[in-house]
Design a protein around this ligand. Structure first.
Ligand code: 8YV
Length: 317
């Protein structure tokens, strides 16, 4: 199917996917250690035609330069912000991701995280476990979810799936996007600040990368205000994390539900103490069913590239 060494695994992958790559494609794995990596690339760099990676690692310009015969970067995950797509385009390297198959799970996570955050279910669970219900009585009242005003940053596949779910909760939905979406049933806001100032909950569903870095700025967080909540299932880079933490610590924001962070797996220490913050370890797509579908689509992209030079789900570069 592929000549030994033509497929390279970059970064850690789902174990069953890594096993298939090794067994069925005779794939090699790029060493983590810088010195070992250097000699590996000197010895094998020219053999590699396809890289399989994930959003947590990706392929930067330096690695592309060390793989002169690279034709495709096949990304396990919908987000590919760790791969230098401009460099890929300049070198004629195609890039694929795994869209659609994870939309439902990520949208489910956004809604679950929103409910957990507004209703403080994780903190209430800790309250029961600590015996505080018996000793202190009822848990404090929290914020209603149904009928809230929700603003979504990024009305793509995942943002739209979140909007659909929250519409069933009676939420009014508005959004900000690079471009207004034609015929959308939701209200368009021309800037993140305008959106934040008109909603109770801001949900971040925009792709990561340079185009969206810090889009949810200190100003946007201030516009959301002391009664507002932020939910992020996209990328930590989209939010000014320092501004977010200080707003939460100072009570200038009501709460946050975060599945993603600026420097994963590092989570700001200050957040660990706050009951109005729900923290998840980047699990939005993390179900058996969805990860299996992502694995299958990753391998379909690899097979198609090796057989025809084309990808099944190429990203626009
Ligand atoms: C991760 C994700 O990719 O698809 C994405 O963009 O963030 C996740 O599904 C997955 O954890 C593999 O890194």
């Amino acid at each position: 199917m592929s000549t030994p060494g033509s497929v390279l695994q970059v970064g850690s992958l789902k174990p069953s996917l890594a096993q298939t790559l090794a067994d069925d494609y005779a794939a090699r794995t790029l060493p983590d250690d810088p010195a070992e990596r250097e000699s590996f690339l000197t010895e094998h760099g020219t053999e590699v035609t396809a890289v399989v990676t994930s959003g947590s690692t990706g392929v930067d310009a330096k690695l592309m330069a060390a793989l002169p015969n690279l034709g495709a970067v096949i990304n396990f995950g919908v987000g590919y912000d760790t791969t230098d797509v401009d460099e890929a385009a300049a070198r004629g390297v195609s890039v694929s991701n795994t869209p659609d198959v994870l939309t439902d799970c990520v949208a489910d996570t956004a809604v679950g995280l929103m409910i957990d955050t507004l209703r403080q279910f994780p903190a209430a669970d800790r309250y029961v476990r600590a015996g505080r219900w018996r000793s202190e009585g009822s848990y404090p009242l929290t914020r209603q979810v149904s009928n809230t005003r929700v603003g979504i940053i990024g009305l793509g596949r995942i943002g739209s799936a979140i909007a659909l779910r929250l519409s069933a909760f009676g939420c009014s939905i508005s959004y900000h996007n690079r471009h207004e979406v034609p015929d959308s049933p939701y209200t368009y806001a021309s800037s993140p600040v305008a959106l934040a100032s008109s909603v109770d909950v801001l949900v971040v569903a925009a792709a990561g990368g340079d185009g969206t870095r810090g889009l949810v700025s200190a100003e946007v967080i201030a516009a959301l205000g002391a009664e507002g909540y932020l939910i992020n299932i996209a990328r930590g880079s989209v939010v000014d994390q320092e501004a977010l933490v200080s707003a939460l610590v100072d009570g200038r924001l009501a709460g946050a539900g975060l599945d993603v962070f600026a420097d994963e797996p590092q989570v700001p220490e200050e957040l660990l103490r706050l009951d109005n913050v729900v923290l998840l370890p980047h699990v939005a797509s993390g179900t058996v069913q969805t990860r299996a579908a992502m694995e299958e689509l990753t391998l379909r992209n690899l097979d198609a590239f090796l057989a025809t030079g084309e990808l099944v789900t190429p990203v626009a570069t």
